[in-house]
Design a protein around this ligand. Structure first.
Ligand code: ATP
Ligand code: MG
Length: 570
């Protein structure tokens, strides 16, 4: 490719609304252009990277026996009604009507379509297992589309669905996909971790997220600091190890005390000169169906995902002032479990072992001292509902948990019979009995993977692509395009590299060398070959490695082979 013919409009500055580095660099290096919030044009450089990631994904899906197909983006509402998701998916589903007033959605995912397809075509155990996948645009009207390709409203996803006879078969398919995902992200040259993730309120099935490690990641991960332990979990999911240790103190008399304007844990702790660990934090939540009180130690935070799962509800939120006043009798900041009537009390495991705690008195500007669980109030559900923090023990080996930030690039999920039951996808076993097909689903965000790679590999000059997914491998930069000798040498090198199967751009633009070097760094070609006067006189070329900045002198006739070797390690 000649740079004069390449549509790669680089910018000196990133638009002000680009927050994360991948978004800034994708714009500046001429990979993408915004069309609407969360909707982008992919220019030729972007397209090349996406195709490479897709190809790696495709090869690894095929290696595990996956079969590629293509399902429609347009999905009829009837199928979503049948699965029960039309009403619960919410505003993230892009909905529209056709000219006959029939309802449709733009596919955010394809369980409905694929399960219906398999329902019609698979009848016998002999046709299972089946692994079906596609690579295609997905549509989600995200509440906050942001960070460029990281959270778009239109994005490319690989989604595979597995169909098995039973749990054992599903486990096998799941392991295959776990292995495939590991190979995919390794081949893309990324640092990543599979982590245990939350599987949602419905069904307690297994799920892992594949996280690319990067500071800008939206997800928080806890992993074991022990080299020999591979425990890692999304913080939403990480379990606490609770060793009940009843505090050895005499239980003192419950006493009410005035705490004027002390609404937060910090204010109460300061005013009463107690440690937050001795305070019971009481939060009032409202779900689809009820209002509940949630208790955690004062120094802890409620894990709303765990709470959602405990209650088995779809949505929950902190209650508003009016609801708090109605159920507790006091304004926000003075809620407590003592004397609280008519609502369920859910307490975190740690709460049960606090002795002589401080808690809100359900009366404005008042708290109780010496609150003791069991004696002073009863707990309806005692369970793990808090956030686990770095430094706590690993639930698997007891080692110390560490924290990292991650970008979720893929997720694998055991669905079981959730969709097959709802949509009636059954098969006949050896004995002619009808059974629901056991399913799994497995997604990879292709566009997000591209952005995640940039989050991981960049410096002050631009992108630093791993060679496996770089848009081109090499840029050849003639210093002076008006110099015929330099240009003809550059042309020769360009042709030779093409012949050696190297993906190469010849920067034949009549720009100053400095401008071309800057663009080469910005776009992130793994290797840069400079053709100046010395190259012409000595037939030696300067090859620069983008990642390390290292320069090597290479004889012209050896360039093809040397470049191929160098690329293997980049
Ligand atoms: P998130 O929690 O980030 O919203 P999700 O769990 O809803 O993602 P899945 O349904 O598991 O996403 O989709 C599979 C993959 O598709 C994700 O792992 C991610 O890589 C990608 N993906 C999901 N939503 C988006 C989006 N809005 N923009 C880009 N990629 C996305
Ligand atoms: Mg996910």
């Amino acid at each position: 490719m000649r740079a004069t013919a390449l549509l790669a409009p680089t910018l000196r500055e990133a638009p002000a609304d680009a927050e994360v580095v991948s978004h800034k660099l994708l714009l500046r290096a001429g990979f993408i252009r915004r069309v609407a919030a969360g909707v982008y044009n992919h220019l030729p450089l972007s397209m090349r990277v996406l195709k490479k990631i897709e190809q790696i994904v495709r090869e690894e899906m095929d290696r595990q026996g996956g079969q590629e197909l293509l399902m429609p983006i347009i999905q009829p509402a009837e199928l979503w009604r049948e699965s029960g998701r039309w009403d619960v998916y919410g505003p993230e589903l892009f909905r529209f009507k056709d000219r006959h007033d029939r309802n449709f959605a733009l596919g955010p995912t394809h369980e409905e379509i694929v399960t219906t397809l398999v329902r019609g075509e698979v009848n016998s155990y002999k046709q299972l297992p089946l692994l079906l996948y596609q690579i295609q645009n997905k549509y989600r009207d995200e509440r906050r589309p942001r960070f460029g390709l990281m959270r778009g409203r239109e994005f490319i996803m690989k989604d595979l669905y597995s169909f098995d006879r039973d749990e054992k078969g599903l486990q096998n398919s799941y392991m295959k996909m776990h292995e495939a995902y590991t190979r995919i992200f390794q081949r893309c040259g990324l640092h990543f971790r599979p982590v245990e993730a939350d599987s949602g309120a419905i069904g307690g099935s297994e799920t892992h997220e594949f996280m690319v490690l990067a500071e800008s990641g939206e997800a928080s991960i806890l992993f074991c600091g022990n080299e020999s332990c591979d425990y890692a979990a999304n913080v939403e999911r990480a379990e606490q190890i609770h060793r009940p240790r009843q505090e050895q103190e005499d239980r003192n008399k419950l006493t009410a005390i005035d705490t004027p304007d002390c609404r937060t844990i910090e204010e109460v702790a300061r005013f009463l000169d107690v440690s937050p660990q001795k305070i019971i934090k009481t939060l009032i939540y409202e779900t689809d169906t009820e209002v509940v009180a949630v208790l955690v130690r004062g120094d802890r935070d409620v894990n709303e995902i765990k709470l959602l799962n405990t209650l088995g509800c779809l949505h929950l939120d902190l209650a508003d002032e009016i609801t708090i006043k109605r159920v507790t009798g006091a304004t926000k900041g003075f809620s407590g479990p003592v004397g609280l009537k008519g609502i369920k009390i859910i307490a975190d495991l740690e709460v049960s072992s606090i002795a002589n705690a401080v808690a809100g008195a359900n009366k404005d500007h008042a708290h109780f001292l010496n609150v003791n669980p069991s004696r002073d109030f009863s707990i309806d559900i005692l369970t793990d509902v808090r956030m686990v923090e770095a430094g706590e023990p690993c639930p698997r080996c007891g080692g110390q948990l560490k924290e990292a930030r991650g970008i979720e690039v893929g997720q694998i999920f055991k669905l079981g019979d959730k969709y097959s039951k709802q949509l009636g996808a059954t098969y006949l076993d050896e004995n002619g009995r009808a059974k629901p097909i056991i399913m799994g689903c497995y997604g990879i965000g292709v566009t997000r993977t591209m952005a995640a790679a940039i989050e991981q590999y960049n410096d002050q000059d631009g992108i630093v692509w791993p060679a496996a997914i770089a848009p081109f491998h090499v840029v050849v930069v003639p210093i002076n395009t008006k110099n015929n000798e330099q240009m003809s040498l550059a042309e020769k090198i360009y042709e030779n590299l093409i012949a050696a199967n190297v993906e190469v751009v010849l920067d034949d633009r009549p720009e100053r060398a400095g401008v071309k070097f800057k663009d080469a760094d910005l776009i992130g070609y793994p290797l840069r070959v400079t053709v100046g006067s010395k190259a012409v006189s000595e037939q030696m070329l300067e090859v620069k490695v983008r990642r390390t900045g290292e320069m090597t002198m290479v004889p012209v006739e050896k360039l093809g082979r040397v470049v191929q070797e160098m690329l293997k390690n980049l």
